[in-house]
Every structure is written in C-alpha cells, then in structure tokens.
Write a protein that binds this ligand. Structure first.
Ligand SMILES: [Zn+2]
Length: 161
C-alpha cells in the first residue's frame, strides 16, 4: 500500500525529533523507492563534528548503499526543512527526480527561499513541492530554538544553518 506524502513526512519528522533530543537542529529526511523507505537521515553536525552531516546527505548515502549505485532514479526525497545549497547539489548529483519539503528556510534555503537550484538550468531538474506538514515541521524547529533561548526576535530570519 502506497503511503501519502504526509505519511512519509511524518517519518522524517520523527527523525527530526530524534535530532532535537540529541541536541541537534531538528531536521529529518527519508528517501522512498517503490513505496519503501530505503534511506533515512537526520542532522548530526554536532555529534559528528561534521559540517557536512546534514539529514539529506546522510539519507542519500544510505539509499545509494541500499540500491548499490549512486543514481537514485525513481526515488522521492522527503525532508522537514527546505534543502540548503549543499544538499540541493547532492540531490541533483544523485539524480533524485522528486523532492518534498516541510518548513521554509529563509536563511539558507536553496529551493525557493534564497534561490532555487532546481531551476538554474542544470541538466537534472528535480520536481519540487514545499509545504508538506509545514506547520508541524516549523513548530518542531521553533520549539528547539525556544528551548535553547536562541529563537530570533520577531521579524528576524531564522538563520538556521
Ligand atoms: Zn543541507
């Protein structure tokens, strides 16, 4: 049985919550192939001391290992926060055809907020849809920053990453 976009985003949100519990900015990601989740990732920058340890890249790596190749054709990627330029680049490199995200990132978002890397004329242009469970994804981030007392003043950008 094929699950809905919201169902897959809920799994990504569970991973985001797991990141928050570990003291990481809550971002979670899953990659789906033929209805099955074959890649999972969550932000691990603090724990791994790794600027590259974003949820999307970790999910892409796991999905590539699962399929035994670097091309993630016929896959869909779900991530709770709009991808940054690095992750949007990783999505293009992995040839992922469809991307769904939850919250917008006005600080570093590269899928519509600052620019849209998927519309820049690269050979591979993933289909993009934002706003999946947007409220829940944004709420998860807001709660995290409130807890840290780092939540920006009203009117300020989130500047998450
Ligand atoms: Zn990223």
């Amino acid at each position: 049985m094929e699950l809905s976009h919201e169902d897959y985003m809920k799994v990504a949100l569970t991973l985001a919550k797991e990141a928050a519990a570990a003291g990481e900015v809550p971002v979670g990601c899953v990659i789906v192939h033929q209805g099955q989740i074959i890649g999972r990732g969550r932000n691990r920058r603090e724990e791994d001391h790794d600027a590259l340890a974003h949820a999307e890249l970790l999910a892409i790596r796991e999905a590539c290992q699962h399929l035994g190749g670097w091309r993630l054709a016929d896959c869909r990627l779900y991530v709770t926060l709009e991808p940054c330029p690095m992750c949007a680049g990783g999505i293009i490199s992995a040839r992922i055809p469809e991307v769904f995200y939850g919250a917008k990132d006005s600080g570093i978002g590269a899928c519509g907020s600052i620019l849209n890397l998927f519309e820049e004329g690269f050979r591979h242009r993933p289909k993009l849809r934002g706003g999946i469970l947007q409220e829940a994804c944004t709420e998860e981030l807001s709660r995290f920053f409130q807890t840290l007392r780092k939540f920006p003043e009203e009117g300020e950008d989130l500047k998450l990453l």
